[in-house]
Design a protein around this ligand. Structure first.
Ligand code: CMP
Length: 529
């Protein structure tokens, strides 16, 4: 009796289990056989997972890892539990087959995606297609495939019902995930508008970094400190974006530097430009530019605009330029001032005296190099040294103009000038160049004639300027000086070709010397020698 009641209980529990497992025939399941099969599935699956994890290094296989695992699991279930499945209701079998089919499609789509969008893009050297676009394409095709699979395996299922219920589910999910959808839409907008691409350097929402990727939800930047910043797409859509890599990889940047007031701006500019030309990674095109921005409290301030071809190296290049500027300025005797006024005030007086002495030495050196001053006595020379003044002209400036009255004579201390002459209605022609040690402007000064030509600075020029009154004193004190100067001038004139002044036609006339000396004396109001 006891045994028969136990058997009755066992049969009942088996029947309940059979009903729960959707067994069609209602016959009990052989538990031990089922457990062995499940164990087999687990063992094979574990072997597969371990092999895949540690032995298969292929990136392609790795990219479909999850789907592949699930597919293997489903296939193992189909193969190993086949007798059990055969006894189950047909929907169970269909659901499992449909899952296998869908996983197969998902794997296929992923493989096509990787091959098409990554391998082919790399092979054709095209920028990678953004993740969000690839995902949408894959999900779109996947959805269509899902509907078809459902239709094939569950032909009795009404697709309209399926559509309506998807809409309802979609609405609920949509409301619940409004932010996510916002990010998705913004992600799509970003990919349509394409304000940046992978690899571009940008500033977004105050963050500077290189675009690593854009997913459904967010865009990832890698900063210069090698950190990732993940910014939700919806936030990016609201922010202004600076893209340093578009329209070209070239990026202009600015640097500021000040030089002391005794440095001529053009000289400082030239040194800066030379440094920029030599610094690696500074583009020659567009050429760097140096702007004088203001005369500050204690420095002449410049802004340097230069271009680099990769935003990633901006700090390195800027630092390199500033390093090199320090050394170049030091070599050229240009100082970068600093505001320590009290300390420098005392030194300034001593400096000024030393500077004046050096200046007198330089003036004497320049004057004694001019042939018409060779005959001056020491006293006369000293008087001239006291009066003569240095003047600076920037490249491109005119020091005197053809046709103007001239009351100064110039000796070039540094730089180079061009002498230009123009006839009626003709363009000015360069007739001569003069550089350090050379002189000009003597014609008008000594004879009162208008300037015979225009003298233009080709580089920054420093000249020693001797005025008419300085000469007047000399000529009055030294009776024979006018004659000596006249003879030197004559020799100079004899060397000139194509001279279109009044003297040109008289070069070979011996009377010209007397004439020139007379004109000099007359012009300076001296008695005839
Ligand atoms: P001045 O006529 O006072 O002004 C223009 C100056 O240009 C002139 O003096 C000369 O010193 C200089 N000059 C004119 N013609 C020549 C030339 N052919 N070669 C060199 N210097 C010249």
């Amino acid at each position: 009796m006891l045994q028969s009641s136990n058997e009755a209980d066992k049969t009942e529990s088996m029947t309940t289990l059979a009903a729960w497992t959707l067994i069609q025939d209602g016959a009990p399941i052989n538990l031990s056989d089922t457990l062995i099969r499940l164990g087999l599935i687990l063992a094979i699956y574990l072997v597969f997972t371990l092999t895949q994890r540690f032995l298969i290094r292929s990136q392609l296989v790795q990219s479909v890892g999850l789907q592949l695992n699930l597919l293997v699991l489903v296939l193992l279930v189909i193969l190993c539990l086949e007798p059990l499945l055969a006894r189950m209701k047909s929907q169970v079998g269909s659901a499992i087959m449909a899952s296998a089919a869908f996983l197969g499609v998902a794997i296929g789509l992923k493989l096509v995606d990787v091959v098409l969008f990554e391998w082919v893009a790399r092979w054709r050297q095209r920028p990678p297609v953004p993740l969000v676009v690839r995902d949408i394409a894959r999900w779109g095709v996947g959805l269509v495939a899902l509907v078809l699979i459902v239709h094939v395996f569950f032909p009795e299922l009404n697709l309209n019902v399926l559509t309506v219920s998807s809409l309802v589910v979609g609405y609920i999910v949509g409301n619940a995930t409004q932010d996510t959808l916002g990010n998705l839409v913004a992600g799509l907008a970003l990919n349509t508008e394409r304000p940046f691409q992978i690899g571009d350097w940008v500033t977004v929402g105050g963050h500077v970094g290189m675009i690593v990727d854009t997913t459904w939800r967010a865009t990832r930047l890698r900063t210069k400190n090698e950190d990732y910043i993940v910014i939700p797409n919806a936030s990016i859509a609201k922010e202004s974006i600076i893209n340093y890599s578009r329209p070209t990889a070239k990026h202009g940047c600015h640097l500021s530097i000040g030089v002391s007031y005794d440095t001529p701006p053009n000289r400082a500019r030239q040194v800066i430009l030379d440094v920029l030309r030599e610094t690696p990674r500074v583009c020659s095109e567009p050429a760097p530019v140096v702007f004088l921005v203001n005369y500050g409290d204690f420095a002449i301030n410049f802004t340097i605009k230069l271009f680099i071809d990769d935003y990633a190296i901006i700090d390195i290049v800027q630092s390199d330029v500033m390093d090199r500027l320090w050394y170049a300025f030091r070599r050229e005797g240009i100082s970068i001032p600093f505001p320590v006024r009290d300390m420098r005030q005392r030194d300034a007086m001593a400096d000024e005296e030393a500077q004046r002495l050096a200046e007198r030495k330089a003036i004497r050196h320049l004057l004694s190099g001019v042939d018409m001053f060779q005959s001056l006595s020491l006293e006369e020379m000293n008087r001239l040294v006291d009066e003569a003044k240095f003047k600076l002209f920037a490249a491109g400036e005119n020091l005197c103009r053809q046709g103007e009255a001239g009351d100064s004579f110039y000796i070039i201390s540094r730089g180079r000038v061009a002498v230009l002459m123009s006839g009626a209605g003709r363009q000015p022609v360069v007739v001569a160049h003069t550089d350090s040690g050379g002189f000009f402007g003597e014609m008008s000064l000594l004879t009162g004639e208008p300037r015979s030509g225009t003298v233009c600075a080709e580089t920054d020029v420093e000249v020693l300027c001797v005025a008419k009154q300085d000469f007047a004193g000399l000529l009055q004190a030294n009776e024979g000086l006018a004659g000596k100067i006249a003879s030197v001038l004559e020799e100079r004139l004899a060397e000139r070709q194509n001279l279109r002044t009044a003297f040109a036609n008289q070069e070979t006339n011996p009377e010209i010397r007397t004439d020139l000396a007379t004109r000099i004396r007359r012009f300076f109001g001296l008695g005839q020698a």
